[in-house]
Design a protein around this ligand. Structure first.
Ligand code: DC
Length: 232
């Protein structure tokens, strides 16, 4: 049987990667976070001085450097680690400047091709739960299960702040919600692989749901499609 694929898409801070990790653990699948790969390209672009943080600069330099960029997904005990030319950027991938550049660079065809090749190659070898923006629409249109997560913007902003250990005070929530809105607008309006739910995706509004309830719901959907845990 060919490896199984669960695709989880959604806007920024909708809980995709935490959910994908938990669903993957429950099923005994690998968790593939495609956003980390876009972030890794953005990190490399900053390190290599190809682009300014504003995105101005030699965008063609990014396209030229990409084929020689050593981008790797290395399976570890705690999921995949992303390596860039043998280095592990780790938490630097979450840097706000990297986050902004990742969104900008993800609109470029050569960048998308490179990330998609890596993700598809992994999914040929293992059962995966893969999260991103276009996983159910473009990367794996024949995924065994597609989920699209969303939540109120303010709730997503609040969760993001708590995740970073910051207090969700009114002003901070409004500022974070503004950043999320900007990034979602860019990710959803680009011409290439824009963020939108696949027609056959299960759409889940998680605003009022606990993380555990979201995972349980997805596992129910998986069972109903004959996707069984590997290790049981
Ligand atoms: O999921 P994330 O926030 O780590 O993703 C970072 C950026 O990468 C996001 O702004 C859009 C882009 N991305 C994408 O275009 N397609 C994906 N499948 C995953 C991420």
């Amino acid at each position: 049987m060919s490896p199984r694929i669960v695709a989880i898409d959604g806007p920024a801070a909708s809980g995709k990667s935490t959910t994908a990790r938990r669903v993957a653990d429950a099923l005994g699948f690998e968790h593939l976070n495609s956003g980390l790969l876009y972030r890794a390209v953005a990190w490399a672009a900053r390190e290599g001085g190809w682009l300014q943080d504003s995105g101005d600069g030699r965008t063609d330099a990014v396209d030229r450097a990409l084929p020689d960029l050593g981008l790797e997904l290395v399976p570890g005990a705690d999921g995949y680690v992303v390596r860039v030319d043998g280095r592990e950027p780790g938490s630097a991938l979450r840097d706000p400047a990297v986050t902004r550049l990742a969104s900008l660079l993800s609109a470029r065809a050569p960048v998308r091709r490179r990330v998609n090749e890596l993700v598809r190659e992994e999914a040929r070898r293992r059962d995966v739960v893969c999260d991103g923006r276009d996983i159910g629409t473009v990367v794996f249109p024949h995924a065994d299960l597609k989920v699209f997560l969303y939540a109120d913007e303010e709730e997503r902003a609040r969760r993001r702040l708590l995740e970073r250990g910051e207090a969700p005070a009114l002003e901070a929530v409004a500022a974070e919600a503004g950043r999320l809105r900007e990034r979602d607008a860019a990710d959803a309006s680009r011409s290439l692989a824009p963020l939108h739910p696949a027609d056959d995706a299960v759409r889940l509004d998680t605003t009022e749901l606990s993380p555990g309830a979201v995972v349980d719901r997805i596992l129910r959907e998986a069972r109903s499609r004959g996707i069984r845990p590997r290790h049981v």
